[in-house]
Write a protein that binds this ligand. Structure first.
Ligand code: GLN
Length: 310
């Protein structure tokens, strides 16, 4: 990978322009101590172009808890192995509700509306446990390491806290199980889910890991072998655009116009198909659970570069 002379000044400019706003809007996630103690003033960006150039600015190389961004990668892993069969258990409609909402599950008989709300990601985790058994966490780590081009690890403190406080996720999983929609023990499925949330990666590693989404399924570090097919890649991007930022997806599409996936650690990954992947990190979240400053940074990136799918 080489430097990206075209985009380095763009990232530097955005980090400088928004620097004064760091930590002024929104709240750092406080449901577990390991996230609550993160300094709200962190702010990083990174991008990887489709031809393998990289740029990063601010805290772009500092690892953080990727949380729900991991849902993109577990979905990719499940799609690699299951193809269309995956969709028997999971829908593809935006939820219009909070990421951890229970209400729609009852109407839909335990079938989550999409793979990016918690219920959907737990259903994906169940499929992965069926595929890989006790090796599912290792399989995910191997994928993330291969995609990031360097070792990626779980933050075991975060994983343990997720488990200790994950009452709502436990409720979601048990509710799906009651409809016969999870095949594996709830504890085993949630152990994978809590660990995927606890992956620690930097913006640069995330932009690199997601690079296949801007290259029709081909990763710059995977000579010859595709991560997923062109069709699957299009579909993952479509799901990110419509469901990747929960009930703010409409506003994200309107203001940013890119497939995005956010996490409560304050990270957001965005894809400009055929051009680049971009990751931002600013820990303070707005009321929808998306990074407040990250959202502004993405909007500024699109305004300054004109890159959008629309
Ligand atoms: N660990 C969080 C949860 O399960 C992840 C949610 C998120 O990042 N939106 O509630």
């Amino acid at each position: 990978m080489s430097a990206a002379p075209e985009f380095q000044p763009v990232l530097d400019g955005i980090v400088a322009a928004l620097s004064e706003l760091r930590g002024t809007e929104g709240q750092v996630a406080s449901y577990i101590p390991a996230l609550a103690r993160i300094d709200a003033r962190h702010f990083g960006m990174a991008l990887v172009t489709a031809d393998g150039q990289e740029a990063q600015a601010g805290d772009g190389a500092m690892p953080f808890s990727i949380q729900s961004i991991s849902k993109v990668f577990t979905l990719t892993l499940a799609m690699q192995h299951l193809g269309e069969a995956l969709w028997e258990r999971i829908g593809r409609e935006p939820s219009g509700s909070a990421f951890n909402s229970l209400v729609q599950l009852e109407f839909e008989q335990g079938r989550p509306r999409n793979p990016f709300i918690n219920a959907g990601a737990i259903a994906v985790a169940d499929r992965l446990v069926s595929l890989f058994g006790g090796g599912a966490k290792a399989e995910l780590l191997a994928l993330m390491t291969a995609l990031a081009g360097e070792p990626v690890a779980f933050d075991e403190e975060v994983a343990a806290s997720e488990a200790a406080t994950g009452f709502r996720n436990l409720a979601l999983a048990n509710f799906m199980k009651s409809f016969g929609k999870l095949d594996n023990p709830v504890e085993q499925v949630l152990d994978l889910y809590f660990h995927q949330c606890a992956l620690r990666m930097s913006c640069l590693q995330l932009a690199r890991a997601a690079a296949y989404l801007s290259r029709d399924g081909h990763h710059p570090l995977w000579a010859g072998r595709a991560v997923c097919t062109e069709r699957q890649t299009r579909r993952i991007n479509a799901l990110m655009l419509t469901c990747g930022t929960y009930d703010a997806a409409g506003e994200f599409a309107y203001r940013i116009g890119l497939p995005c996936k956010s996490g409560v650690g304050g990270g957001i990954v965005a894809v400009v198909p055929d051009r680049l992947t971009l990751a931002v990190w600013a820990p303070a979240l707005d009321a929808t659970g998306n990074s407040a400053l990250g959202r502004q940074a993405l909007e500024m990136f699109v305004a300054r570069t004109g890159l959008s799918v629309f």
